[in-house]
Ligand binder design. Structure first.
Ligand code: DGT
Ligand code: MG
Length: 375
């Protein structure tokens, strides 16, 4: 067990060496309870408690042995009192009264419904809840609400977007993205990232990273791609975020800070082969239309080639793995990792960033170390 006293990443490595993760019914019951607790703390904007349960869930996921008694978790990292109480109750009673309480909680149930809409986060959910709204039907019926363009799309394509994206759908969209990008930049590299790159069979969206290995860059590429989809009638929604990357700027040390790449959060129309012939024939008879497409959430991120490796690491996820990796870089290696580069805090060298003079270097050192003193 002394190996488990090491920091998270070393601990994960130790687990990997010890063998494959062991699955058990109890383990899934524990992980489900942790996820419910984490989600509830997220809804309450309590990041510390939320991360505590997310970390505990990751530790359990990778355990190379089953957990059946409290002794099994002795020496494991991320097992604070709140987590241990839940494990103890599930081992003894078979379920967690606290997780059950959360599941039955009106606020949790409303937030769960509200945040299932694309474009609705905790802040909007809080606003709606304070207004006395409890269900999506009540939100839809309230004409006084001013919905954002994103939320309108979220409601319009709600059924499609909440039904998971399959691997086959991801492959089909991947072909569309690759074909379109390569029309404008034939040598471009288009890589599927996110959950599908990690081997997941389903996801809530499809994430793509685009880069051009050659010297040629095209700042207009994403605009050209979405314009073409618009013309082809494939684009249902698009939110273009322009790049905010400033070479001299230091990386953000926020655990969940988003990167500065140009990106596009889109909803695409994916045409699907018709499976149910009877409804097609019926629709022909009664002149009604059968929907032969599905709305799919697609994220496109474009990166300069020299930052591609870091972007790929960050966008592959999982989110928790990214958090742990950044924490490890910072605390164990005295480096700062983000989606753009790996920065050495001691040598004050940043790949991709050239210091033109000594003053710049000292300024960078100052900017790096002063905020760190407060961490
Ligand atoms: P999914 O789509 O629900 O099946 O699961 P993922 O893992 O594909 O998650 P997604 O699509 O939300 O994000 C893709 C990856 O991008 C994720 O694994 C880690 C990264 N990412 C997402 N959101 C954030 C964020 O707010 N900050 C940072 N640094 N990375 C993020
Ligand atoms: Mg994803």
């Amino acid at each position: 067990s002394s190996r488990f006293e090491l920091l998270d990443i070393s601990w994960f490595t130790a687990c990997m060496e010890a063998g494959r993760p062991v699955d058990s019914e109890l383990k899934y019951r524990l992980m489900d309870a942790f996820e419910v607790m984490a989600e509830n703390y997220e809804f309450k904007e309590n990041e510390i408690f939320c991360l505590e349960f997310l970390r505990a869930a990751s530790v359990l996921k990778f355990l190379p042995f089953p957990v059946t008694k409290m002794k099994d978790i002795q020496g494991l990292p991320c097992m604070g009192d709140r987590v241990r109480d839940i494990i103890e109750e599930i081992i003894e009673e078979g379920e967690s009264s606290r997780a059950k309480e959360v599941l039955n909680d009106e606020r949790y149930q409303s937030f769960k419904q509200f945040t299932s809409v694309f474009g609705v986060g905790v802040k909007t959910s809080e606003k709606w809840y304070r207004m006395g709204l409890r269900t999506l039907e009540e939100v839809k019926a309230d004409n006084t609400l001013k919905l954002s363009k994103m939320q309108k799309a979220g409601f319009l394509y709600y059924e499609d977007l909440v039904s998971c994206v399959s691997k086959a759908e991801a492959d089909a969209v991947s072909l569309i993205v690759k074909n379109t990008v390569c029309r404008f930049l034939p040598d471009a590299l288009v890589t599927i990232t996110g959950g599908f790159r990690r081997g997941k069979e389903i996801g809530h969206d499809i994430d793509f990273l685009i880069t051009n290995p050659g010297p040629r860059e095209d700042d207009e590429l994403l605009h050209k791609v979405v314009d073409l989809w618009k013309k082809q009638g494939l684009l249902l929604y698009c939110d273009m975020i322009e790049s905010t990357f400033v070479k001299e700027q230091l990386p953000s040390r926020k655990v969940d800070a988003m990167d500065n790449f140009q990106k596009c959060f889109a909803i695409l129309k994916l045409y699907q082969p018709r499976v149910d012939n009877s409804s097609y024939n019926m629709s022909k008879k009664f002149h009604t239309e059968v929907k032969d497409w599905k709305a799919i959430r697609v994220d496109l991120v474009i990166t300069p080639f020299e930052q591609y490796a870091y972007a790929l690491l960050g966008w592959t996820g999982s989110r928790q793995f990214g958090r742990d990796l950044r924490r490890y870089a910072n605390h164990e290696r005295k480096m700062i990792l983000d989606n753009h580069a790996l920065y050495d805090r001691r040598k004050c060298q940043q790949p991709g960033i050239r210091f033109r003079n000594r003053k710049g270097c000292w300024l960078l050192l100052y900017q790096t170390l002063v905020p760190l003193a407060g961490v």
